[in-house]
Write a protein that binds this ligand. Sequence first.
Ligand code: NAD
Length: 379
Amino acid sequence: MTRKLRMGMVGGGPGAFIGPVHRMAAELDGQIEFVAGAFSQNPERSRAAGESYRIHPDRAYASYQEMFASERKRPDAIDFVTIATPNHLHLPIALAALEAGIPVMSDKPATATYAEALALEKAVAEYGLPYGLTHTYAGYALVREARSICAGGQLGKIRKIAVEYMQGWLSERLETTGQKQAAWRSDPALNGPGGCIGDIGVHAFHLLEYVTGIRVTSLNAALRSVVAERKVDDDCSAFLRMENGASGVLMASQVAAGEGNGLRLRVYGEKGSIDWRQEDPNRLRLRSLDGREEIRHAGFASLGADARAVTRLPGGHPEGYIEAFAVLYREFAEALLAWKDGKPEPLPASLPGIVAGVRGMRFIDRAIESSRTETWVAF
Ligand code: NAD
């Protein structure tokens, strides 16, 4: 391929949070160019946004339906679409894209409900098009290092896992103030039934299974709405049983006052443990039973091949959130090229896709059910 892959976007209009991050990340490694979009449900705002993003006026569409219909007729059509809208639109947009023959890079959660995730899984299989899911944290070099350490057996048999994702931004009733990210996330019709559990609990869940390679088999969760009159949960605690006999604890909260994005994973095996924190992402702490402690730093040649493969800068020059996102885009771009070359299942195991999407939605569904019935539920 002698040109860049062409990206369209749905969502990411003025004032949006994650759309701009997708645009920066997609273009970071020089394999993708952002050329088209339907950026808002309001056609005028979508066109105005396109102008401010310096894309051709013909390609700032009034709706995603118009974008897919027009793009498929162009000789320079988009090669894939990114979905960065509120959750209730993930399924209809993904289905419309697949139907138009356009591969999808979606933000999480894959859909608004578990039933929708099953419908999406079926469509992805039927159309046979690449589908990537931006569980951002999978793109950090030291998450890849932690994953290799677990897979290599260095910790011995894993016995205990603790994962937490603590935020404080919904400590007050922000949804009534006009703050748009809070408004749709607090409305089950736009967000889906899982509030905090679906917004950040699902990231913690994904990270835990992604790094350890061990699946959750049952859980006992307690979800609460701490802030009065909030329509979805804003605080979650869950006990987990893992397929290898290990136990896990998952905490996620959006009413943890003072927290920013306190995602942290600790994995304890027979011989040692690892500890990674998203707010200090370029360091991974390893401790062993005999009291030795080691800090691995991103960017050094001593790291494993998986971590080195997703590192751009020498040690001491920090990479962060946008670069982690960009790793997922780089892998997605490579998968798209392989797919264009006829490889049937081009997504690498390191890149979350529809399997992770369905599993995440199942986790949300099971956690809600467990909390409702106050029982352990099988996964
Ligand atoms: P946001 O409210 O900031 O942005 C949503 C955008 O979608 C807005 O620009 C809105 O105008 C647009 N939109 C709504 N309906 C549309 C339609 N019919 N057509 C075109 N555009 C439409 O929300 P956000 O915080 O950016 O979240 C968006 C998605 O990204 C959510 O699914 C969220 O869960 C996910 N997210 C993921 C991460 C991550 O770390 N991977 C972080 C934040 C958000």
